[in-house]
Design a protein around this ligand. Structure first.
Ligand SMILES: Nc1ncnc2c1ncn2[C@@H]1O[C@H](COP(=O)(O)OP(=O)(O)O)[C@@H](O)[C@H]1O
Ligand SMILES: [Mg+2]
Length: 330
């Protein structure tokens, strides 16, 4: 039995289609990631899978249960760590966990045992009786993850588990997530807009853009699909002409434009740089810079979506596209 099986999930908010036909399978024991920019539809997808939102169409099973018809069974099988903090600041760490355990109707004896266990796992046992308002951001996140585990779910959903945390704390949380997976044997489904997070943690990653999955595979396979080296050329003038010309060049495996950059994947990149500069200048381009690197998950994302995942860049570009579309429709 698969941990999650989603088939054609769609969610409309009024006239706006936030999730546009998403299908994927998560195997038991996997760490599976939905990676995409802000507004891609990740949270909406998680909310449907965790029965917090009813899909407009499509369906899914979670732990073998139907998210439309067996909501209680689904809820008992899963834990959720929300994107937005949802702890009670006026309670201690332990009290927050107790409150949650009572909601799940866990009897007192098991409760105390489980709480002690979870506090140890997320290394908050020495801070258990401190008010949460005095916790750091990282401690709060750890407590939330711990809370998601109190009722021993087989599947844990984590929506942007490290959003807003500093890089060091983020690493720390990543280690917990891995530990849950290896020691606790929990299947993990997480969303993120941090490329490194998906790359580091996930066995398989689905790229989500505008409510759709545009690619899905292991991080390694996704990177291998591009192959070779990525040459990134920043062009301040004449980028369209060069793009058109380079599209016809045989030894260029992939070509994508984002803002002022042309990214090309080629074999033996360092040898091709002089040729690319020469060809670009011959076609009237002004080159600002050239760089070479091995494909990262970011490159693959650019390849599939024509944009970087960084929220500022992505949202600015999206706004621009929306404005252009509106303009064109006049
Ligand atoms: N309750 C809502 N009503 C209307 N639009 C919404 C609502 N929730 C989310 N959206 C919109 O749906 C899109 C997807 O949102 P979300 O699933 O939160 O994306 P992500 O988690 O990938 O950032 C966004 O454009 C967002 O503005
Ligand atoms: Mg979100």
């Amino acid at each position: 039995m698969d941990a999650v099986s989603a088939r054609g999930l769609v969610k409309d908010y009024g006239k706006f289609r936030a999730v546009n036909g998403i299908s994927f399978v998560v195997k038991k024991g996997e760490i599976f990631g939905l990676l995409g920019p802000n507004g891609a539809g990740k949270t909406t997808t998680i909310k449907m899978l965790t029965t917090l939102l009813q899909p407009t169409s499509g369906n899914a099973t979670v732990a073998g249960f139907d998210i439309r018809k067996q909501q209680n069974e689904v809820r008992k099988s899963i834990g959720i760590v929300f994107q937005d903090p949802s702890l009670d600041d006026d309670l201690t760490g332990r009290e927050n966990l107790e409150f949650h355990a009572i909601l799940y109707k866990i009897d007192k004896e098991t409760r105390n045992k489980k709480i002690a266990e979870v506090l140890k796992l997320v290394e908050l046992d020495d801070k258990a009786d401190v008010l949460v308002r005095n916790y750091s951001g990282g401690m709060k996140r750890r407590l939330e993850i711990g809370r998601g585990l109190i009722h021993e779910p087989h599947i844990l959903f984590l929506d942007e588990p490290t959003i807003g945390l500093d890089p060091q704390t983020r690493r720390h949380i990543w280690d917990y997530i891995r530990k849950l997976n290896t020691v606790g044997n929990t299947t993990l489904i997480l969303t993120t807009h941090y490329i490194e997070e998906a790359d580091y943690l996930c066995n398989r990653v689905a790229f989500v853009d505008h409510g759709k999955i545009v690619a899905l595979d292991t991080p390694k396979a996704l990177k291998n699909k591009l192959g070779g080296d990525v040459i990134s050329v920043k062009i301040s003038k004449g980028i369209e002409t060069v793009e058109r010309y380079l599209k016809g060049v045989r030894w260029i495996k992939t070509l994508s434009k984002h803002e002022d950059f042309l990214d090309l994947t080629v074999e033996e990149g360092e040898k091709r740089i002089p040729e690319i500069i020469m060809l670009s200048e011959k076609h009237g381009a002004t080159i600002e810079s050239v760089s070479l690197h091995k494909p990262s998950l970011e490159d693959v994302f650019i390849h599939y979506t024509g944009k970087t995942i960084r929220e500022e860049a992505a949202s600015a570009l999206d706004t621009m596209r929306a404005m252009r579309n509106r303009w064109n429709r006049r």
